[in-house]
Design a protein. Structure first.
Length: 180
């Protein structure tokens, strides 16, 4: 059965079709949530809430992107909302007036594993971590990240540049970065 047929059946509230989509995407969405939450119980909860939300809003799915991409955006948003709700107090810094200067070229040693880079990303401050993770790991572009995080396009670009700079410093500290 084709994915679009299953989605159409879900729009008619077909429980079998919903279970089919759930089984197809559950594990992948769990890994997406885990990259943000680092806790399997929280990730499971977010995945469940995301599927509930997706099935409630499935009539809004227009097929412009794959169902998986549409669902992934829901999981990412729910994960970020969950993390934000756990923060006691956050202060928004208006970075619009700050000038961004492109740093020197750098490359990562071939021996660096994805695990090492992911650990370094988790060490970044939250406002940079989300942008860097969405860009480098999840593959979103600046306009999509801006929409997901509800920040301006220029703020997104600034945070990505600064986050990548801090990531570079973290990796350099651990001798994983070489200068070009």
């Amino acid at each position: 059965m084709f994915q679009i047929d299953i989605v159409e059946q879900c729009k008619r509230n077909d429980r079998k079709a919903q279970l089919s989509l759930y089984n197809q995407y559950c594990q992948g969405m769990f890994y997406v949530a885990m990259r943000f939450l680092k806790n399997p119980d929280d990730a499971e909860d977010i995945v469940q809430e995301s599927f509930i939300r997706a099935f409630q809003k499935i009539n809004q799915y227009k097929g412009e992107v794959t169902f998986g991409a549409w669902l992934k955006k829901i999981v990412v948003n729910k994960s970020i909302d969950f993390l934000k709700s756990r923060q006691l107090k956050t202060v928004e810094l208006n970075e619009g007036y700050m000038k961004v200067v492109e740093g020197e070229d750098w490359s990562v040693d071939d021996t660096v594993t994805i695990k090492v880079v992911m650990q370094a990303i988790t060490a970044l401050p939250e406002k940079y971590r989300y942008v860097v993770q969405l860009f480098l790991v999840e593959g979103y572009d600046h306009s999509e990240i801006s929409e997901i995080l509800d920040i301006s396009y220029s703020t997104c670009r600034t945070r990505l540049l600064r986050g990548k700079g801090q990531l570079k410093e973290l990796l350099k500290t651990n001798k994983y970065v070489t200068r070009s």
